[in-house]
Design a protein. Structure first.
Length: 301
């Protein structure tokens, strides 16, 4: 049991324009929790794992259609989020959020997939790499890195945010953390404006349980990071405070390429052309020799 490296999370302005067209919506049972996911396109599978407070549809609205031109794109709504079930029990989160990814691949009859995660989803991806590397062809880790045990990973800030969410006070503390001192006032204002919208579309007690569940599991060790034998890349905005954890991971894994997007914040990097092209290029550079996909696998709509 390892800690998902939840340090910070990605957000986007929620509106009807944030929903991209085309994917098929499905549900499956993940050890007693109903999980929503979508599929789009054909080819080698790419699993997309979204950040805290979002959904697969919202987070990946720009990159998913691009990927679907060449790949079978799968977006999951992590438990507690989007159209998935939202338990309030802390024990229902933590490493269960990694195992949901494995169970989804099993449900679809997919042996191995490319995996891309952003923010919390990037933390889940790192945990997935550490626990189930045989299921991953390549990994794109966006807006997230790794810190060794004992380093300040923001746990106190996240627990304070969990308490605020439990009280129904919204996401303000999170935006305070994500506000770079180098960001423009316009960028900071845009980030702050999302707080009320996120509070409106989320079950705040479920969000608090997500935070506490992830923070009560043991951390991923330096030895595990060094042992990952899967091609992986990190992509991060230059104005994202999380860049420190990316640099820490790079120090342990100097072979890991990093794309730093100039003047991008945590909430803007993943929608940028630099992120999209960098992720697409990395996936294309690591094609599968073969993949097991059983199209007769049971899928409940």
């Amino acid at each position: 049991m390892k800690r998902i490296a939840v340090v910070a999370f990605a957000f986007v302005l929620f509106s009807t324009s944030a929903i991209f067209a085309g994917p098929e919506v499905h549900f499956f049972d993940s050890d007693g929790v109903k999980i929503r996911y979508t599929t789009q396109g054909e080819g080698d599978p790419v699993l997309l794992i979204h950040g805290f407070g979002l959904s697969g549809t919202i987070q990946w609205r720009k990159i998913a259609p691009r990927l679907a031109e060449k790949y079978k794109v799968i977006t999951i709504d992590n438990r507690g989020h989007g159209g998935s079930e939202k338990p309030h029990d802390v024990a229902m989160y933590g490493t269960e959020m990694i195992e949901d990814q494995v169970r989804l691949l099993d449900h679809l009859g997919i042996e191995k997939a490319h995996v891309m995660g952003y923010s919390m989803g990037g933390g889940i991806t790192i945990g997935f790499l550490a626990e189930h590397p045989e299921r991953i062809q390549s990994a794109v880790i966006g807006g997230m890195g790794w810190r060794s045990q004992g380093e300040d990973g923001g746990e106190e800030r996240l627990l304070a945010l969990a308490d605020a969410l439990d009280r129904g006070e919204g996401f303000g503390l999170l935006f305070e953390f994500l506000a770079s001192t180098e960001a423009t006032e316009e960028q900071r204002k845009a980030s702050r404006s999302m707080g009320g919208l996120l509070a409106a579309i989320n079950d705040q007690k479920a969000m608090a349980a997500v935070l506490r569940g992830n923070l009560t599991t043991p951390p991923i060790t330096e030895a595990q990071i060094k042992a990952i034998d899967v091609p992986m890349i990190a992509i991060i905005g230059s104005l994202d405070p999380i860049i420190e954890s990316v640099n820490a991971m790079k120090a342990v894994r100097p072979d890991m390429p990093v794309i730093e997007i100039d003047d991008a914040t945590h909430s803007t990097a993943y929608g940028s052309s630099e992120f999209i092209e960098g992720a697409l290029g990395f996936i294309e550079a690591h094609p599968m020799a073969g993949v097991t996909h059983d199209p007769t696998s049971g899928v409940s709509h």
